[in-house]
Ligand binder design. Structure first.
Ligand code: N01
Length: 543
């Protein structure tokens, strides 16, 4: 099929069966899986290479916070066995090398158009086909459109007065120069202390002559406990893959580790401590899920928070600096918990200064540095570790027009409205992967991508098998799912943080908790049951 042609008349076939937007983890697997179903596929990718988030986020210290062995595709046993991860938590270059290997191994690049951004996706109602247009002037018709744009792909650059007048170098962690940057001998400022800032600050401190960290809100971070994997460890992991995957698919977050069987409030002080010590030694994000009620009960959460504070204070030399680095505005784990290597120890260095923006906010940037209400900081480089317009940002940048000329942006004005995270009323055969209404960023994104792509592939097989043309989420199913997601979130402590899960980091966004908090395993069961019941909650359309 020739995807070069423009929109086809109703009597002709669509140019391709499926257009996939994005060639990151989800988009790559989607291409492979849909091809396996015998479908023709065209992928559009804004970057010049594959990898999505791992293509763009090249800042020093960037690495995954899910163990490498779990943060990898499960769809091909041969791939699992042949790839060797070098460390417990893979670096950005290693993950990118892995995804490039996957693209080559399955000959994916021939169906991907790089440096091509999708601008418009419009429904042709009589044929129920989609017309997809790009910024390179391409126009392609497709029976299905799959949005694999990722929940963390649209950078947030704060509107700080004078930012554009800065004469030095401005870098955003999510758009780091591909050839790297040498900051040796420089005066560097970092704005932002989320996961990206916390990973990169220790690396920047080693290079820079002077590092000023501009912190508005302190975050919780747990030492990653990263280490090289020995050949024996790798062997053992590979031998255990089937069981690891089985446990991951049934788990709350898509990794094989289980929470303690009892409430944090029901165990003795000694048991409590031992459980936290074990998780601390294991390292990383799982600390916030040591006990099953840590994210639902404030008193249980406080036990984790107190343990965390004791550990962190012990490594910070100056108690006054420690005071600034301890969050007081949200329970631990209700924002994405950060993982680090020597983050808190970095503030013991003579060349690092923490600036508390709560007391002395930034007022403006001038050509030579940053002004706060009480000082001017001359800088050569300013690093923005200011995060993303998350979950819906990349989708909202495309002009997606469904039935009756309604745009997806208008439909989502008061917050994203989906059925199962996958389907939207008025947008038949448009599927959104790993976004709002699904576990999304609360789960292992590789396994989550596979789960979603397999579900969509099977849905297409179902339609084709019965001669139907489209699935469209019913309005009542959408309303019920939106309510269920909100009710589940309301039963947790997650609403108590001004997190990007809620869109709270972007001015003007409605405050809606976007991911499904019910757990990855539970979610997998729900969408499987929907499929098994003939796609209950979707209208199955015939022309
Ligand atoms: O972004 P963030 P991120 N003035 O939004 C500050 C994933 N990830 O890129 O909290 C001053 O968390 C903002 O301050 P505040 C992971 O899921 C994973 O770090 O709004 N400061 C905050 O400190 C993660 O959660 C990995 O007060 C401003 C920071 O910028 C997600 O990506 C690594 C400001 C933004 O933090 C996002 O992480 C990296 C302003 N005007 C990322 N505007 C791993 O796998 C914003 N800030 C380990």
């Amino acid at each position: 099929m020739n995807p070069e042609t423009s929109a086809a008349p109703a009597t002709e076939r669509a140019d391709v069966d499926v257009v996939v937007v994005g060639a990151g983890i989800a988009g790559l697997y989607a291409l492979h899986r849909f091809r396996r179903s015998g479908l023709s596929v065209r992928v559009f990718e804004a970057g010049a290479g594959v990898g999505g988030v791992w293509y763009w986020n090249r800042y020093p210290g960037a690495r995954c916070d899910v163990e490498s062995v779990d943060y990898s595709y499960s769809f091909d046993e041969a791939l699992q066995q042949e790839w060797d991860w070098s460390e417990k938590y893979a670096t950005q270059p290693e993950i990118l090398a892995y995804l490039e290997h996957v693209a080559d191994r399955y000959d994916l690049r021939r169906d991907i158009e790089f440096e091509t951004r999708v601008t418009d996706i419009a429904l042709d109602e009589p044929t129920l086909r989609w017309r997809v247009a790009t910024d390179t002037g391409r126009a392609v018709t497709a029976r299905f459109v799959v949005l694999a744009t990722g929940p963390l792909s649209n950078a947030n650059t704060p509107a700080i007065p004078g930012l554009d007048t800065f004469a030095g170098q401005i870098l955003h962690t999510s758009h780091w120069p591909h050839d790297g940057v040498d900051l040796t001998g420089q005066r560097v400022g970092v704005i932002g202390t989320g996961s990206s800032g916390i990973q990169t600050i220790p690396c920047l401190a080693e290079q820079a002559d002077r590092l000023h960290v501009f912190q508005r809100t302190a975050n919780y971070s747990v030492p990653a406990g990263n280490r090289p994997l020995t050949p024996e460890q790798r062997q053992a992991q590979k031998a255990d893959y089937a069981e690891r995957r089985r446990l991951s698919m049934a788990s709350g977050g898509g990794s094989p580790h289980q929470a303690h069987p009892r409430s944090a409030l029901a165990v003795s002080e000694a048991e409590l401590r031992e459980a936290y010590e074990q998780r601390w030694a294991l390292g990383g994000v799982l600390f916030s899920k040591t006990f099953p009620d840590q994210l639902t009960d404030r008193a249980a959460n406080d036990t984790a928070r107190r343990f965390w504070e004791e550990k962190v204070r012990a490594v910070i030399a100056d108690p006054a600096v420690a005071d600034l680095l301890i969050p007081r505005d949200h329970p631990i784990g209700t924002k994405r918990i950060c993982t680090d290597t020597n983050y808190y120890q970095t503030y013991n260095r003579d060349n690092v200064e923490l600036v508390n923006l709560r007391v002395t906010p930034i007022t403006r940037v001038d050509p030579v540095g940053v002004h706060t209400t009480d000082a001017h900081y001359p800088l050569d480089t300013l690093v923005l570790a200011t995060g993303f317009d998350a979950m819906t940002g990349s989708v909202s940048k495309m002009n997606i027009v469904g039935r009756g000329g309604q745009t997806l942006n208008a439909a989502w004005r008061e917050g994203p409205k989906t059925y199962l995270g996958l389907g939207m009323t008025g947008f038949p055969n448009l599927f959104n992967l790993t976004g709002p209404g699904s576990p999304s960023v609360l789960a292992n994104m590789v396994l989550h991508s596979e789960l979603h792509v397999d579900w969509v592939a099977e849905a297409i097989e179902f339609l084709d098998g019965r001669g139907a043309v489209a699935l469209e989420a019913r309005p009542d199913a959408v309303a019920d799912w939106v309510r269920e997601c909100a009710d589940r979130a309301a039963g947790t402590l997650m609403m108590q943080a001004n997190s990007w899960y809620l869109g709270a980091n972007i001015e003007g966004r409605p405050r809606v908790f976007m991911p499904f908090v019910g757990g990855f395993g539970v979610y997998g069961q729900i969408i499987a049951e929907v499929a098994a019941a003939g796609y209950k909650g979707f209208d199955v359309l015939e022309l």
